[in-house]
Design a protein around this ligand. Structure first.
Ligand code: S3P
Length: 165
């Protein structure tokens, strides 16, 4: 079976990694999470990378990931960090881009303390909300498809329908 990469974008806590992993299993293919890739490669958490090297350095690592994916990755479900499409607007060159949209209030409900701690750009809720508003437009503009991610099973079914069409 051969298909282009499916790239899941969306705000922090929108379920990209969880859905991506299950979707890849369903499609019997590979799964990559760019945050995990960076953490494994650097042997450091994202939080540590932000603290020790700064956001710019992290964005550079995302850029390396993108270049590698574009050149060498096919038939794969990829979930990317929330800022990835913002800093790499050419994201579509690496696959079909699906924006998993979740309302900010629902994101807040889903995130526990531990999930928040891991995310340097989610430390101040007011700032995170502003970031959400700004990015929502960017995600929409850069997406091939937008899916309201309310229910995981339904979302996976919708993506499979897109893939099948
Ligand atoms: C970020 C989102 C995070 C991670 C980093 C920066 C962002 O990924 O890449 O903390 O800029 O929105 P998730 O979207 O998986 O939380």
């Amino acid at each position: 079976m051969s298909f282009t990469n499916i790239i899941l974008t969306g705000f922090m806590g929108s379920g990209k990694s969880t859905i991506g992993r299950i979707l890849a299993k369903n499609l019997n293919t590979y799964f990559i999470d760019t945050d995990n890739l960076i953490e494994n490669f650097e042997n450091k958490t994202i939080k540590k990378i932000f603290e020790e090297e700064g956001e710019e350095s992290f964005r550079q690592k995302e850029r390396y990931c993108f270049n590698w994916i574009k050149k060498s990755v096919k038939n794969t479900v990829i979930s990317v960090g929330g800022g990835f499409p913002v800093f790499i607007p050419e994201i579509k060159e690496a696959g079909v881009v699906i924006y998993l949209k979740v309302d900010f209030q629902d994101i807040l409900k889903r995130m526990n303390e531990e999930e928040i701690k891991k995310r340097p750009l989610f430390q101040d809720i007011k700032k995170a909300k502003e970031l959400y508003e700004k990015r929502d437009k960017i995600y929409k503009n850069l997406a091939d498809y937008i899916i309201e991610n309310k229910n995981m099973d339904e979302t996976i079914k919708k993506i499979k329908d897109i893939y099948g069409s």
